[in-house]
Design a protein around this ligand. Structure first.
Ligand code: ATP
Ligand code: LTN
Length: 351
């Protein structure tokens, strides 16, 4: 077997990681960061990392072309501002690598209609507008996601808990493809870190913090004015008790604040909770508001600075796409051959 070389440095292969995020909001939120994106940053140092801004997924729901363009660049700037380093990883835009759509077609032909219809994200998103308003693109969204992962033969996929079902489908497709056409794809493992895999909405602590939530008051957007974020934390819904301890059933609001505090400060939940023993919720909220403000202030400044040099962002994405394509095109060529497509250019042996 050919030894896989790292894309950024010569030497033996490091495990490969791939993840994606949709450019569907002006700002990422604290749930995206704590559930997934901070792992993108830490994993790039000991993995061969591919990170993708999935604009093709973003057009599966209503959108505005000009806003999508802005958000794609805005997402690039935010990822770099939070520490995703284009010299350490391959950062690229999905639509720049046409192999994603090409492999998605092949994987779609291996996916059952009923299997796709069981995906809870599809069911949730169509529940709002009704099936007639949902697109075929939204239906096949998880198939495109599988193609994203499989093109790069990813070993690990860092995501939040809500993506577990899509990764299960991807793993099923690997089994099916490899069984029918021979060992081709690596079986990817979800990388879901339990403690922060589901950050809750500050106003509705039993629901996940989500950019499609009905009210903005429960979401900490990373590009919010720092004072606004502080205020959102101080106004978080909690229970009527006074004691600070972690209990997701009895105290979902307080537990969520403790999780956020612990993840941003690097302290354990128990250690943070012990600090507020006998002091009540007000002090916890006030201190956490400061921790959040201290985190987002430099992030926001760096994002704004990066967005001032669009040419540099374009250059980073161009280079990322070239690196991504060199891997993706190899996988696709292998797949096309295995599934019986006649090569577009004659191979050496048949000339
Ligand atoms: P939407 O709710 O509109 O689907 P979103 O806010 O969930 O959007 P995505 O772009 O779907 O954001 O998610 C990007 C990444 O962030 C995914 O890996 C997802 O699992 C993770 N993520 C999103 N929300 C949370 C959350 N509240 N807690 C932990 N991880 C999250
Ligand atoms: N569906 C994912 C985004 C996504 C993704 C991927 C994540 C698209 N392709 C590949 C991991 C790997 C979401 O976060 N909503």
């Amino acid at each position: 077997m050919m030894m896989r070389m790292s894309s950024s440095s010569p030497g033996p292969a490091r495990p490969r990681v791939l993840s994606g995020i949709q450019p569907t909001a002006d700002s990422f939120h604290l749930g995206n960061y704590l559930g997934a994106l901070r792992h993108w940053v830490s994993m790039q140092f000991d993995h061969d990392a591919f990170y993708c801004i999935v604009d093709m997924h973003a057009i599966t729901v209503d959108y505005d072309p000009q806003i999508l363009r802005e958000r794609t660049l805005g997402s690039t700037a935010q990822l770099i501002a939070m520490g995703v380093d284009p010299r350490q990883c391959t950062l690229f835009v999905q639509s720049h690598v046409p192999e994603h759509a090409q492999l998605a077609w092949v994987m779609g032909c291996l996916t059952g209609f009923g299997e796709a219809a069981r995906m809870t994200q599809f069911k949730d998103k169509t529940a709002k507008g009704g099936q007639d308003r949902a697109t075929v693109g939204l239906f096949t969204y998880p198939v495109l996601q599988a193609a994203d992962i499989l093109l790069y033969q990813a070993d690990r996929v860092p995501v939040g808990e809500d993506q577990r079902q899509h990764l299960e489908l991807t793993r099923d497709l690997v089994g099916r493809f490899n069984h029918r056409f021979g060992e081709t794809f690596t079986l990817p493992e979800p990388h879901i870190i339990k403690d922060t895999a589901k950050i809750s909405d500050l106003q509705e602590p039993t629901a996940k913090m989500s950019k499609s939530a009905s009210s903005n008051a429960g979401i900490v957007d990373l590009l919010d004015e720092p004072k606004t974020s502080g205020k959102k934390i101080r106004s978080a819904v909690t229970d009527s008790g006074r004691e600070v301890y972690f209990d997701e059933v009895e105290k979902p609001g307080i537990s969520n604040l403790l999780t956020i505090y612990s993840a941003l400060s690097g302290r354990t939940v128990e250690d943070v909770a012990a600090t507020y023993d006998g002091r009540g919720y007000g002090d916890l909220k006030k201190d956490l508001a400061q921790v959040v403000e201290d985190f987002i202030t430099p992030f926001r400044a760096r994002t704004i600075e990066l967005l001032e040099d669009r040419a540099e962002l374009d250059a980073i994405l161009r280079e990322g796409a070239a690196r991504a394509r060199s891997v993706a095109s190899e996988t696709l060529a292998d797949v096309y051959e295995r599934i019986g497509f006649v090569p577009a250019t004659p191979s050496e042996s048949s000339r």
